[in-house]
Design a protein around this ligand. Structure first.
Ligand code: AMP
Length: 397
């Protein structure tokens, strides 16, 4: 029996899911939020029950101890030795990692060396790694990178048209993100296509953050996020692609700093910024139905931008066998999928079975008709499972 825990340590949070890897069953999952505060929130789900506690949690070390104590108290494990592996999600692997890696001091040093590329995330992942290492020294550790899947892009897709020295000296290039999800979903689609030797798949990961990828023969050849997750499509609070001159123009016009402006592009833009209602797709749709014009516009921009990226990747791959929708919006919003597909169906020859699309909420489905030139799937993503699988594989469990 090999138990593996998938961990996603953020700057003030720690998400986890424990698997029994013999049959890949999720045993328990949860999240610790507001780490560093007196009113931190510890939520753990087990056996269909959800236990939520508010308590002071000083740092990640304390959070990990609490989590492990809860696993023992609730008899989820009899002893911590049962946990043979800890798989850590790491947002940025830079150019060091094109696949998952054993998390040892060398890996930790590399993650630290590129902390400037993910200043909020990479230090938090390291804190999580050290906390688990101390708490369960017998367990192996693996780092699974959000950027790794996209390392197969060609320079013509990842180099920005700015002076080349910023790439060589400052590591400025497109790295992409959500790689674990794009990998998982594209693999599922390849299976559904019958494991052909060649395949062209566009994955639309549409959640609070969102990105698209072009996956050719199982390899990512392009993706919409860039140096950071600010680029690409419009998101809940992130702008996605904008003319960079907007930054200096607004800074001058409104007397704010570049840092403030980047913060606005990250946290106050996207669906929230345009609608003025919410960053949540459901809220924006509701407001739109109630006649809110800006909510309608926000949703239209969202649809337009996703459709545009699908068009780009269709052209780059010289066609497309399948489009897959995943993450919160992609898995659940049949109306969002409908409108995106409406925007591309004439150009790409897509036909949708509206009844199946309507019913496909949070579950796997083929929503295109047999006549459609491109198959369209809904595939719920499962990044934690990929992390646990890679951990099992690399630790030879
Ligand atoms: P994620 O980041 O993957 O958890 O996705 C969050 C996004 O998914 C939010 O914008 C939610 O509004 C959206 N979402 C979740 N469930 C639904 C739903 N049933 N219909 C429309 N949007 C949804």
């Amino acid at each position: 029996m090999a138990k593996i825990i998938s961990v996603n340590a953020g700057s003030s949070s720690l998400k986890f899911r424990l698997f029994e890897m013999d049959d890949e069953t999720p045993i328990t999952s949860g999240v610790i939020e507001r780490i560093g505060f007196d009113d931190a929130i510890f939520t753990i789900k087990y056996n269909g029950e959800k236990d939520v506690k508010t308590l002071p949690i000083k740092d990640h070390k304390v959070a990990v101890q609490l989590l492990l104590e809860a696993l023992i108290d609730k008899k989820i494990v009899n002893s911590l030795d049962e946990i043979k592996g800890v798989g850590h999600r790491v947002v940025h692997g830079g150019e060091y990692f094109s696949s998952s890696a054993i998390f040892d001091q060398d890996t930790a040093d590399k993650i630290d060396a590129i902390r400037a590329l993910a200043p909020l995330h990479n230090p938090a992942h390291l804190t999580g790694y050290y906390a688990f290492k101390e708490a369960i020294p017998t367990a192996g550790a693996v780092a699974v990178f959000d950027t790794a899947f996209h390392q197969t892009m060609e320079p013509s897709s990842y180099i920005y048209p700015i002076p080349y020295k910023y790439y060589t000296e400052n590591k400025v290039r497109k790295y992409g993100a959500h790689g674990t999800s794009h990998f998982y979903v594209s693999q599922k689609v390849i299976e559904k296509l019958g494991n052909p030797e060649h395949s062209k798949i566009i994955v639309c990961h549409l959640g609070a953050g969102g990105s698209l990828s072009a996956v050719k023969d199982g390899k990512s050849i392009n993706t919409s996020m860039g140096l950071t997750p600010l680029a690409g499509i419009m998101m809940g609070t992130r702008s996605g692609d904008v003319d960079p001159s907007i930054i200096s123009y607004i800074c001058e016009q409104t007397n704010i700093s570049v840092e403030e402006m980047i913060d606005i592009l990250n946290k106050q833009s996207g669906l929230l910024g345009v609608s003025g209602v919410s960053s949540d797709f459901r809220d924006v749709e509701k407001a739109m139905q109630e006649g809110n014009e800006r909510a309608k516009l926000a949703r239209q921009i969202f649809v337009r931008r996703v459709a545009d990226y699908i068009g780009r990747y269709f052209v780059q791959m010289g066609g497309c066998d399948a489009i897959a929708f995943t993450a919160g919006i992609g898995e659940n919003s049949f109306s969002g999928r409908h409108d995106i597909l409406e925007a591309i169906k004439e150009a790409l020859g897509i036909q949708i079975n509206e009844d199946i699309n309507h019913e496909a909420i949070g579950e796997e489905a083929l929503i295109s008709t047999p006549e459609s030139k491109i198959k369209v799937f809904v595939i719920p993503t499962d990044e934690e499972l990929v992390i646990a699988r890679d951990t099992k594989r690399l630790l030879n469990l």
